[in-house]
Design a protein around this ligand. Structure first.
Ligand SMILES: [Zn+2]
Length: 248
């Protein structure tokens, strides 16, 4: 460990819950982040600055001008470039001592299963239910912790599942079917820092899990940015869940 790495990690090393052992676990961990948008950008930045050893960022989209208000890894110079490539380059600048890879195609089927299985933890910051369900299926199959976030208008949601799905619910226990009534940020708007709140909380939950700090699952938090309140909700395992019950 170099002196600059030690300096970067000094504030983590000072935490009794993390310390040298926890930081070593963080630095030898592999995280897959799917969706580097308003939620994924801040999550990725904190994971990189915190020294997560290997980060794979996946997004097949390109940077658009309407992204710039909240997707804080991108600037006007990046318009038209692939988000995963730009994000990976930015993360390498934030922390040159970690390994960052970019996946610029949509992951599905065997490629998704492989990417999930090769990670210690998966972050889902994507923007549609079809992809969320596929990511959940792969996490249940591989027994990986899944940290999922979403945001729209002034509202955000943080959900944490697994990795032991034999006793713990999954994302499909929470959403039986796609709830597209929640709508998109394009149609409904979103206050720029709201996805940042959720992405940052996802980074907190990730680092706790990786460092071996108590990190409970399932966990469901709803953030109401108008009232400045968090609601704590329970999630139960659905006896007829087609994913986590059928697979365990
Ligand atoms: Zn389930």
């Amino acid at each position: 460990m170099t002196s600059s790495t030690l300096s970067r990690e000094a504030r983590h090393l000072a935490l009794p819950q993390v310390g040298a052992d926890g930081q070593r676990r963080i630095s030898t961990s592999r995280v897959l982040l799917i969706g580097v948008g308003g939620i994924g950008c801040p999550a990725a930045a904190y994971l990189a600055s915190s020294g997560v050893g290997q980060i794979a960022v996946c997004d097949f989209d390109t940077v658009d001008e309407t992204n710039l208000g909240r997707q804080v890894l991108y600037g006007p110079d990046h318009i038209g470039e692939r988000k995963a490539d730009v994000a990976a380059a930015r993360l390498r600048k934030i922390n040159p001592s970690i390994d960052v890879s970019a996946i610029t195609k949509r992951l599905d089927g065997g490629a998704l299963a492989e990417a999930v299985a090769s990670a210690d933890l998966v972050l889902d910051g994507c923007d549609n239910f079809a992809t969320r369900f596929e990511i959940n299926d792969a996490c249940v199959e591989a027994g990986r912790r899944l940290i999922s976030g979403s945001a729209i208008r002034f509202e955000g949601q943080l959900a944490v599942f697994g990795p032991d799905y034999s006793i713990s619910p999954c994302y499909r226990c929470l959403y039986e079917e796609a709830d597209e009534s929640l709508g998109s940020c394009a149609g409904n708007g979103v206050l720029a820092p709201v996805p940042g709140v959720i992405g940052t909380m996802m980074a907190v939950e990730t680092l706790k899990f990786l460092a071996g700090v108590d990190s409970p699952a399932p966990l469901l938090r709803l953030y109401d940015g108008v009232a400045s309140e968090f609601r704590h909700l329970g999630v139960s395992k659905r006896p007829d869940c087609p994913v986590c019950v059928a697979n365990t």
